[in-house]
Design a protein around this ligand. Structure first.
Ligand code: RB5
Length: 144
């Protein structure tokens, strides 16, 4: 299951991505926000990060206006590797090299169709392990 969340700046893109996931048979749970009313992005990042960390969700998608605030927030959680992506190459690498368990998008930056390709690339990629696993361990060491 994928956890998905956004602030008001990412709300519209979140709704489009939900439809895209449904069309592709990918199960998700929406952790809000549920309208374009202004909210604070750290509050929107938290439930998605906790869902990933407690195993309720395998991975997550977070969206704010730029993707910056929500990715910075998500990366405050130990064990979260949130990658802000606006291109397909980075999205693929985010999984293959960084084992990103959350992908972040800017709803005011990235168009809908590109966003779908970014999500698909990340979702379908596999972590390559090896030297990349060593680097992930070093990220965990930095968290301590
Ligand atoms: C909200 O206006 C906006 O600041 C937020 O969505 C995000 O872009 C912050 O990084």
């Amino acid at each position: 299951m994928l956890a998905i969340g956004s602030d008001h700046g990412g709300f519209e893109l979140k709704e489009h991505i939900k439809k895209h996931l449904e069309e592709n048979g990918i199960e998700y749970k929406d952790y809000g926000t549920y309208s374009e009313e202004s909210v604070d992005y750290p509050d929107c990042a938290e439930p998605v990060c906790l869902a990933v960390l407690n195993g309720e969700a395998e991975r997550g998608i977070l969206i704010c206006g730029t993707g910056i605030g929500i990715s910075v927030s998500a990366n405050k959680f130990d064990g979260i590797r949130a990658a802000l992506c606006s291109d397909v190459y980075s999205a693929t690498m985010a999984k293959e090299h960084n084992d990103a368990n959350i992908i972040c998008l800017g709803g005011r930056v990235t168009g809908r169709e590109l966003a779908f390709m970014i999500v698909d690339s990340w979702y379908n990629a596999d972590f390559l392990g090896g030297r990349h696993a060593r680097r992930i361990e070093k990220i965990h060491a930095l968290e301590k």
